[in-house]
Design a protein around this ligand. Structure first.
Ligand SMILES: [Fe+2]
Length: 213
């Protein structure tokens, strides 16, 4: 039985219009995300076979493949829930997400400063990557990460809570080469309730690294 499975979308393909059109959502979820799930499962099988046969000739490629596909699966699983057709604006205490709003201000100085940094990090990825807001458990603060592919350029132990997919497959059919326009439009579909839930959960398990037992 497969270790990883493709989660269902929490909405229909047209739910994020006009920011993201249905064709992109369908391909992105049903083909791209599905390929990462299959890739992670296939790689685990190949690693099991390598252990059985004690055949380690492909170990470097397999470990890279595991990191790539598993991280792709995880980031996309977060991505779908980070968005809603009723989203946008900024997190406000009146909407029950005051803890997240306070953490953003404490970590970045202001919401505007945070928004500018995440927009820039996502829109300037070279090649394929992501802009990510993550909870960093050692400092107890939020940080922005500019992720290469799905797995590079991240701090170990940081937990992604808001992710902007900046791969061409996320926008090219609609925005062509205007990646910055896509990233700026993304703010209108951010599901702050979901981000706040992820932030609270990440903070709960902040001692998981046990750096100072
Ligand atoms: Fe993607």
């Amino acid at each position: 039985m497969a270790t990883y499975t493709l989660p269902e979308l929490p909405y229909d393909y047209a739910a994020l219009e006009p920011v993201i059109n249905p064709q992109i959502i369908e391909l992105h979820h049903d083909k791209h995300h599905a390929a990462y799930v299959k890739g992670a499962n296939d790689t685990l099988e190949q690693l099991a076979e390598a252990r059985d046969k004690e055949a380690w000739g492909a170990i470097n490629g397999l470990q890279k493949s595991l990191a790539f596909h598993l991280s792709g699966h995880i980031l996309h699983s977060i991505y779908w829930h980070n968005m809603t057709g009723d989203g946008g604006g900024e997190p406000l205490a009146a909407d029950g997400v005051g803890d997240l709003a306070d953490a953003i201000t404490e970590s970045f100085g202001s919401f505007a400063g945070f928004k500018a940094q995440l927009t820039k990090a996502a829109a300037t990825t070279q090649g394929s990557g992501w802009g990510v807001l993550a909870y960093e458990p050692v400092s107890g603060k939020l940080i922005v990460e500019q992720v290469y592919d799905h797995q590079g350029n991240v701090g170990q132990g940081s937990v992604p809570v808001l992710v902007f997919d900046a791969w061409e497959h996320a926008f090219y059919l609609q925005y062509k080469n205007q990646k910055v326009d896509f990233i700026e439009a993304m703010w209108a579909v951010v599901n702050w309730q979901d981000v706040a839930k992820r932030y609270a959960a990440a903070k709960e398990r902040a001692d998981v690294l046990l750096l100072a037992p």
